[in-house]
Design a protein around this ligand. Structure first.
Ligand SMILES: C[S@@+](CC[C@H](N)C(=O)[O-])C[C@H]1O[C@@H](n2cnc3c(N)ncnc32)[C@H](O)[C@@H]1O
Length: 245
């Protein structure tokens, strides 16, 4: 079911958007590889034996997070979910490991699934949940909490809303400075400056509904998560989550 008409990701016809994102993600998503590493480190810290576990990747894209975790900890069950038929197809073709399932399903449909026994040990997501408004995030976090087994972990890498216009301006500059530094370090010097409008474009796109970090940490605590914390933040990109104890 498609619930959010502003969200072009979950359209049937959007392969251009998918290609553009996948081509540029490492160059324009601040510290993308570092945040992925932090997420997999947190997984290993939480589970003394990170094997034989059931993992859920929400808004998986082409499966980049799961493929990274699998390269380090292959003996787990990976469940990948994305609301875009195109992205789900990419994940299927990029991630063919055994013990893997890829399903095309929106967050809205996942939230509405009938209740079941807790079935996941680690739930994670990158740069996807900001497509839900605060109320939707609350419903999703509650669903994740319900579906996690005791001892389970939820980690979200995502863009968050700055606390004020002033700090938004600083954080948008941090974002474009990071992109331009990245271009200059790579063989793409001539592209420096070409993404200077990206933060404003992201802000003005109705499909992006970032909430503040504080609001989201509060939501996580309200639905029952413990040890709720932000583990890393650079510009508007944060890594945060909590445990079910
Ligand atoms: C920016 S991409 C990130 C993909 C991947 N996690 C990564 O880090 O490369 C956002 C992903 O969220 C998915 N998405 C957006 N809104 C969604 C929704 N309402 N339900 C499920 N998936 C959604 C998109 O299809 C897309 O694959």
């Amino acid at each position: 079911m498609k619930d959010d008409t502003a969200n072009t990701w979950i359209d049937d016809e959007h392969s251009e958007q998918v290609d553009q994102y996948l081509d540029m993600a490492d160059l324009v998503v601040v510290e993308r590889q570092r945040t992925i590493k932090i997420l997999s480190d947190l997984f290993a810290y939480n589970f003394t034996n990170p094997n034989g576990l059931s993992l859920l990747d929400l808004g998986c894209g082409d499966g980049v997070l799961s493929r990274h975790i699998h390269s380090l900890y292959p003996d787990n069950h990976f469940h990948l979910v994305d609301g875009s038929p195109e992205m789900a197809a990419r994940a299927k073709s990029c991630f063919k490991a055994k013990n893997t399932s890829v399903v095309c399903q929106t967050f809205e449909d996942y939230i509405g699934e009938p209740a079941s026994e807790p079935r996941y040990d680690f739930v994670y997501s990158a740069n996807a949940i900001h497509h839900l408004a605060l109320e939707g995030k609350g419903a999703l976090y509650a669903r994740i909490f319900r579906d996690l087994r005791l001892g389970g972990l939820f980690i979200n890498i995502d863009t968050v809303l700055p606390a004020s216009e002033k700090t938004e301006a600083w954080q948008f500059r941090m974002w474009t400075d990071w992109i331009n530094e990245n271009f200059r370090k790579s063989d793409l010097q001539e592209r420096a400056g070409t993404y200077d409008g990206l933060p404003e474009g992201y802000k003005n796109s109705p499909e992006n509904k970032p909430s503040t970090l504080l609001d989201q940490l509060r939501l996580l605590a309200e639905v029952g998560f413990q040890d709720v914390d932000c583990f890393y933040k650079y510009s508007v990109f944060a890594v945060f989550g909590g445990r079910k104890r």
